[in-house]
Design a protein. Structure first.
Length: 335
């Protein structure tokens, strides 16, 4: 460090002749033989955080002064008058010799941050890129006040998580700049609002969601109609069910009517002798196969194809049933 001392001393000696002839601020004290004083190269200075500069001091005895900062957290000073600005505020830098001292007021500017956006509205799942500049070229850190609504990474890339509001803060050197982010509630539009089906039939509902997030599907009556995760509806039995598509608390519905079919028989009354057979057909509007049954299997039987076999004299009813609808054919069995 001796070469630094020699360098500073040469500067002080060279400047002393010039500075002594100019007006200056001093703090002096009388001794029995002489007046001691200190002259500084500057008495006020305004700098940014991170700046460094030297204060040159000229003393009457030619010795190096001791240096001190009134607030080293704002601005520190080393043995040779080198000042380092650390955070915004003011500090007094004092050079002192025996019986004399002089001070420089240092003002450290607050770092200014300029952010690329001050407000924005986006949908869930969207991303947004932020940038920020600082007056000191300091590194910016990012923070979201509600990470459940939106997160932001160290590079300033924001990701919307769910509807709501959050504040994005860019920070540097204890200074902040903010942006208000609104994650919008989505809009949903269904391909159908009313659907009519018969038992066993299917239909596909599609949903257009502004946030492109897939909806959650639900049926309020699973005994009537089911819906899967892709919006595929399956009719189970006659009745009415409401299918709901929901995204982030926003819902749209479709009413599903499962109709009862109409059944028409080829015959409504037949007379058969024992040993004879006959087949009746059923036309079902749902195109589903009916279920065949006999009211008295001792008199007449019927198979799954509608073929009737009489067994003994008497009367029986042959039924064709589908989804709660039942029609009959009267069978008279004779000897």
């Amino acid at each position: 460090m001796s070469h630094i001392k020699k360098f500073l001393l040469s500067i002080l000696l060279s400047l002393s002749l010039i500075i002594l002839s100019l007006p200056f601020q001093t703090v002096s004290a009388k001794t029995s033989n002489s007046i001691a004083f200190v002259i500084l190269s500057t008495y006020t200075s305004t700098v940014d955080i991170g700046d460094e500069f030297y204060i040159i001091a000229v003393t009457t005895n030619g010795s190096f002064p001791t240096w001190k900062s009134s607030n080293s957290k704002v601005a520190s000073v080393n043995t040779y008058g080198k000042v380092t600005a650390k955070k915004s505020g003011t500090a007094t830098i004092t050079a002192k010799i025996k019986n004399a001292e002089a001070s420089c007021k240092v003002t450290v500017n607050k770092t200014k941050i300029t952010i690329s956006k001050v407000s924005s509205s986006i949908e869930r799942g969207d991303t947004l890129s932020f940038s920020a500049s600082t007056s000191t070229n300091s590194k910016v850190t990012w923070k979201s006040s509600k990470k459940s609504v939106a997160t932001i990474d160290e590079n300033g890339t924001l990701t919307a998580i769910k509807p709501g509001e959050t504040t994005i803060t860019a920070s540097a050197d204890q200074s902040n700049a903010t942006c208000k982010i609104t994650v919008k509630s989505p809009t949903i539009k269904l391909s159908e609002t009313n659907i009519t089906l018969f038992r066993g039939q299917t239909a596909r509902l599609s949903a257009v969601v502004s946030s492109t997030v897939p909806p959650t599907w639900k049926s309020n009556k699973k005994s009537v109609a089911l819906v899967d995760e892709f919006g595929e509806i399956t009719a189970i039995k006659h009745g009415i069910a409401t299918i709901t598509a929901t995204v982030d608390g926003v819902s749209k519905t479709c009413v599903v009517l499962v109709e009862q079919p109409k059944i028409t028989l080829s015959s409504t009354e037949l007379s058969l002798k024992k040993g004879e057979t006959a087949t009746i057909t059923a036309t079902v509007s749902s195109n589903n196969l009916p279920i065949w049954s006999s009211s008295n299997s001792n008199i007449a039987l019927v198979n799954t194809s509608g073929t009737i076999t009489p067994l003994q004299k008497g009367t029986a009813y042959i039924y064709a049933s589908e989804d709660g609808v039942k029609v009959r054919c009267i069978i008279h069995v004779t000897e």
